[in-house]
Design a protein around this ligand. Structure first.
Ligand code: CTP
Ligand code: MG
Length: 382
């Protein structure tokens, strides 16, 4: 699954003035384009492509230090720049593409996550802000009418698409289009609206530089929203010849009893994630009274908790799980468990810990009546 972002930066920035096109100009200690690229370097994006005018020396200078990005050639208008970028990305096995204006350097991390998440259930998605001001029609000097705003949204980027669908839509485009949502809709794709952000401004006029600088500086000063959650679970031993722990089948002279596959470690981690979001526990989302969850693979529960966190704009910073039992011995399997858990949660392995302890033969775990698991999870929203 490859996700790319196409950052369109081939405009001349005429309305912003200032001689040098706005995307190459300084902003809060870097350049506009540096902020925009950095927002996607921190997101779950595999490829970054910048569409720029290859003959513009300001572009060459500003992009020289970015060794890990791909480049494409801009066109006469925004749609042509996007189309050139999409064609350059073709054959790179891209599944999902975000299309973003270089002139929106303040794009918040949660907005990128949310629009990408919406692509799991829609062919296209884009952030929109419901219009709150009253709207008039008018001449330059006089109000001529009032416009109903109840169905109106201000369009933002990044706009997200399944790659093949938006490439075909652009290749079939006849005439101008305001943005890629219009291109997609002309090709018959339905576009989901995700929540836009008032800080995701597009630098357009000279005064927008000061606004963008304020937004970036205040986000640098602000403390990220960090949530901790804990989870605890116990399953009783019963007849069987293996146990499933953190997604790995471990041979044992007993099995674990439970409604699902009784993966006590995965349940504790799942509950830690729900806990961090104050979203109850597994039982609330997958009631044991519902027969469809009998014998279910626990990764269904874990994936649900992970998707819920992403849809709320959180990144999972780390999880730590401790299994408590005398037998089976966990040590020989712990690394495999970490890898499996990291794979399910789509996290780096070094952010996932699985470890074990005995309880010195004390209590129910010590007597070998069952296995207990404790977990902690940290969620971060920038
Ligand atoms: N863009 C582009 N290729 C074009 C025109 C625009 O890649 N031929 C990009 C711009 O660089 C910008 C984004 O599309 O990041 C949004 O366009 P806009 O804000 O209109 O930027 P400009 O066209 O550069 O500005 P202006 O219209 O004021 O000249
Ligand atoms: Mg323009």
């Amino acid at each position: 699954m490859t996700t790319a972002v196409l950052i369109v930066a081939a405009g001349t920035g005429t309305r912003a003035g200032g001689g040098v096109a706005k995307q190459w100009r300084p902003l809060a200690g870097k350049r506009v384009i540096d902020w925009t690229i950095a927002a996607f370097q921190e997101a779950s994006v595999d490829l970054i492509m910048v569409v720029r005018d290859p003959d513009n020396p300001d572009a060459a200078q500003a992009l020289a230090k970015h060794k890990d990005i791909l480049l494409a050639k801009g066109g006469v208008d925004r749609s042509t720049s996007v189309r050139n970028g999409l064609i350059a990305l073709d054959k790179m096995n891209v599944d999902k593409v975000l299309i973003h204006d270089a002139a929106r350097p303040c794009v918040p991390a949660h907005l990128i996550t949310e629009v990408l998440c919406a692509l799991d259930t829609a062919p296209a998605a884009a952030p929109g802000l419901a219009v709150t001001d009253a709207l008039w029609t008018g001449t330059a000097h006089e109000v001529t009418g009032t416009q109903d705003r109840s169905n109106l949204y201000a369009a933002q980027t990044p706009q997200a698409f399944h790659f093949d669908a938006i490439l075909s839509a652009h290749l079939a485009l006849d005439g101008p289009a305001a943005d890629d949502v219009e291109v997609a809709r002309k090709a018959g794709l339905s576009v989901r609206i995700t929540q836009g952000d008032i800080n995701n401004i597009k630098i357009t006029r000279p005064e927008d530089f000061a606004r963008a600088e304020n937004i970036l500086r205040s986000s640098m000063d602000s403390i990220p929203d960090i949530r901790l959650g804990n989870g605890y679970d116990v399953h009783r031993f019963g007849p069987g010849d293996q146990v499933t722990l953190c997604g790995i089948e471990v041979p044992h002279d007993r099995g674990l009893q439970g409604h699902s596959d009784a993966d006590v470690g995965m349940h504790a981690v799942t509950d830690a994630l729900y806990g961090a979001m104050a979203e109850g526990d597994i039982g609330r989302h997958f009631p044991p009274s519902d027969p469809q969850w009998k014998g279910a693979a626990s990764e269904i529960f874990l994936r649900h908790a992970v998707d819920l966190a992403l849809s709320k704009g959180f990144r999972i910073s780390n999880v730590d799980c401790t299994l408590v039992c005398e037998f089976p011995k966990i040590g020989p399997h712990a690394e495999e468990m970490r890898s499996r858990m990291a794979e399910i949660m789509n996290m780096d392995r070094d952010r996932v810990s699985v470890k074990a302890t005995t309880s010195e033969r004390l209590g129910f775990t010590g007597r070998g009546e069952g296995i207990a698991a404790l977990a902690t999870a940290t969620l971060v929203r920038a």
